[in-house]
Design a binder for this molecule. Sequence first.
Ligand code: MG
Length: 391
Amino acid sequence: MMKAEPKASFERRLALFGATGSIGRQALDVIERQGGCRVVLLSTGSHADELAELALRWRPEHVTLADENGYAKLRESLTGTGIRIDAGTDAAAEAAAEDDYDISVNGLVGVAGLMPSYHSLRRGIDLALANKESLVLAGDLLGRIAERNGVCIQPIDSEHSAILQCLQGEKIEEVARLILTASGGPFREWSVNRIKSATVAEALAHPTWKMGRKITIDSATLMNKGLEVIEAYHLFGVPPDKIDVRIHPVSIVHSMVEFVDGSFKAQLGTPDMHLPIQYALNFPTRQPYKLRQDDPVNWPALEFEEVDKDKYPCLGLAYRVLESGGTAPAALNGADEAAVERFLAGEVEFGDIYNLVKAALDEHSILAVDDMETVLEADYWAREFVKKLEL
Ligand code: MG
């Protein structure tokens, strides 16, 4: 059998979507440390100042900003650099569709990440994917496009990276189940009633991972884990009844696979997103990570708990939409994004995130998915429904 060539042995042209976010910045750390990539595109949502600072340092060929209000400032900051600047909600998708690059890292948050993923895969370009909404909204469609074009989707999510690592050298038919671990967020030891009226600050205080606001709230409701169940289903082709979630408060075991003979494999380490990013960029090889010093003697005891469904009702909604199929997962995503926004704006209580999403799913007419427009419309419908719903 031919050995896979290490991909970092030649300089790849890398497009980075979500450059100023948590994943984007850590991806740049990894790229800086290991070399092998030229960053040709930096794309972000609304942080014009931070994008300008990154552009001056990395000298890409092209930068895009979703928020047009930042265009003038960005142009002024980049005067004389020769870097092309585009702004507008479609700028990232257009760059993904037209620019010359051969690997894409998608760390955008939310539905904004969908079209960049689509264009990368449609053009046969490898995709390192942190934007879980891409697979949640359009996993079947994107999976078919990736397969047809012979491209890989490499997960940048600690759980899916762990599972991918556990599956190396194994047969998917010999998997009994995948076990995604969840820290349980800040409310694991709270009563069901207290959780319902938790404040924004309390919900944002994640015990083990430092992440963006949307994903931190989703971690507190466990909706994030629900989205990850959907993601795992699409990435690994394992049916939902063989995907379990266990609470593991210290986040040392990043996920596990149980095989048909009763053996378990897990991937472990002190939480650090640089590792899954680096694994995704170098798959199937590994590169040294010199800054890392980790030793099991420093780890806390590894404990696991079942998920309390009363504390975390959102997780059940994810299994429900997988069962329903079609546009149901897209509706879940749109409803959740809008519900989290309303919670962060102080309009609704923490417990209402579940109530709003469930109401949207109860009301949604599920359609079969044959194109991107259908999923985007379902996402949009659910978003508008949740925005307007009076509780
Ligand atoms: Mg994760």
